[in-house]
Design a protein around this ligand. Structure first.
Ligand SMILES: Nc1ncnc2c1ncn2[C@@H]1O[C@H](COP(=O)(O)OP(=O)(O)OP(=O)(O)O)[C@@H](O)[C@H]1O
Ligand SMILES: [Mg+2]
Length: 366
């Protein structure tokens, strides 16, 4: 079923466009449908329209064109208090005149929950974000990261069906951030909460999500589960944006089924898989992950093209070795190898030959 046409989706964007000034579209043609309980992350550069999409889904902004449906109903027809959406804004937006505990209790009072239930839920939510001792403070008496955790607890305390989170962990240190990533995904899955999560951090996106939507220029460039996204980028933008990536430019000279040969700009030939090229003569940018580059020729297929490379730098990183090469005029070509007992440590100045399986090298748009 194509995205956006699903009638049983819990959240659906159908051909949504948004302009703030009546002239420029900041969201251009958004189609997205999420089943109940899905954890979806929007990932993309600053200004690509992520917050705008969350604001429209929350009902705080209206779409210029198209429709946003929540459980089959247009969001604008559902009164705010009946939307059942928990939200963590990019700027926290805690109530400054209330204590931490009052901030958390508020969404429960609105829902007419009794005092003892409220106290139990507030305590549990504060413990989840490791802020149990701070219930009596006001937001202004907290650090940025502490305010962020309270905002997160407040969005989850009433166990909403849908949670929208905009960079909810941006102000936290690495250890706390990883702990909260784990807590958020565990809670979302345990309670069956549908989550739309926004982050700049691609590792966070890959580790937390059922699917990731990569945004650029007001459009979803690719929407896929993390492994498909990382291993099968559909265009050069996604290949560059997700994970580390080596790029070489050239022209397609042979094409047969799921294999092609690309003549690089310096004249050398390489094997690739045609993904976003259609014919011999097309210019292409080929994309290969650093961990898929082979310099042990025994592991290559018979007849595979190889490329000459010069080792420029060897970096020992503990679990892996990261080696920088000069390949076809590119001085930033990276190879990653696992630190195994029989692994070769390449030395700067060494001349080697590299290659890969054609399916690991993707010929994309130039
Ligand atoms: N209220 C507004 N009025 C006018 N333009 C706006 C408004 N809010 C956002 N924009 C513009 O819309 C575009 C998308 O903004 P948005 O906040 O959705 O980006 P984003 O992907 O969330 O970026 P970031 O990662 O920096 O938070 C930007 O060019 C921004 O300047
Ligand atoms: Mg934003």
């Amino acid at each position: 079923m194509p995205d956006g046409s699903s009638s049983d989706a819990f959240v659906a964007f159908e051909r949504v466009q948004k302009s703030y000034d009546g002239e420029n579209l900041v969201v251009k043609d958004l189609n997205l449908s999420m089943p109940k309980g899905e954890f979806l992350t929007m990932l993309g550069p600053s200004g690509s329209g992520k917050t705008t999409c969350l604001m429209m889904l929350a009902g705080f902004e209206t779409a210029t064109h198209g429709e946003i449906l929540l459980d089959g109903r247009p969001i604008n027809n559902i009164p705010p208090h009946k939307r059942g959406i928990g939200m963590v804004f990019q700027n926290y937006a805690l109530f400054p005149h209330m204590t931490v505990a009052e901030n958390l209790s508020f969404p429960l009072e609105v829902r007419k929950m009794g005092k003892s239930d409220r106290e139990a839920k507030v305590k549990r939510a504060l413990d989840m974000v490791q802020m149990g001792a701070f219930g009596g403070r006001r937001p202004a008496q907290l650090s940025g990261g502490q305010q962020q955790r309270i905002a997160l607890a407040r969005a989850l305390v009433f166990e909403p069906e849908l949670v929208l989170m905009d960079e909810p962990l941006g102000a936290l240190d690495k250890q706390l951030r990883e702990h909260m990533q784990f807590e958020i995904t565990r809670l979302a899955h345990d309670l069956g909460i549908t989550t739309v999560y926004v982050t700049h951090d691609q590792t966070e996106a890959l580790t937390m999500s059922d699917r990731v939507a990569v945004f650029d220029d007001g459009r979803i460039q690719q929407l896929d589960p993390p492994d498909t996204l990382y291993e099968g980028p559909k265009n050069s933008f996604v290949a560059q944006f997700i994970g580390e990536n080596n790029t070489l430019e050239g022209v397609v000279t042979e094409m047969s089924g799921d294999k092609c040969v690309v003549k690089l700009d310096d004249g050398e030939l390489i094997d690739a898989k045609p993904v976003n090229v259609s014919a011999v003569g097309d210019r292409t940018r080929v994309s290969i992950r650093p961990e898929r580059v082979e310099f042990n020729k025994e592991r290559l297929q018979d007849g595979a093209h190889t490329l000459k490379a010069e080792v420029l730098e060897f970096i020992y990183m503990g679990d892996i070795f990261r080696t920088r090469l000069r390949v076809a005029g590119n001085d930033e070509f990276i190879v990653k190898t696992r630190n195994a007992p029989d692994q070769v440590r390449l030395q700067p100045g060494q001349q080697i030959e590299i290659g890969w399986l054609p399916q690991d090298c993707r010929a994309l748009d130039a």
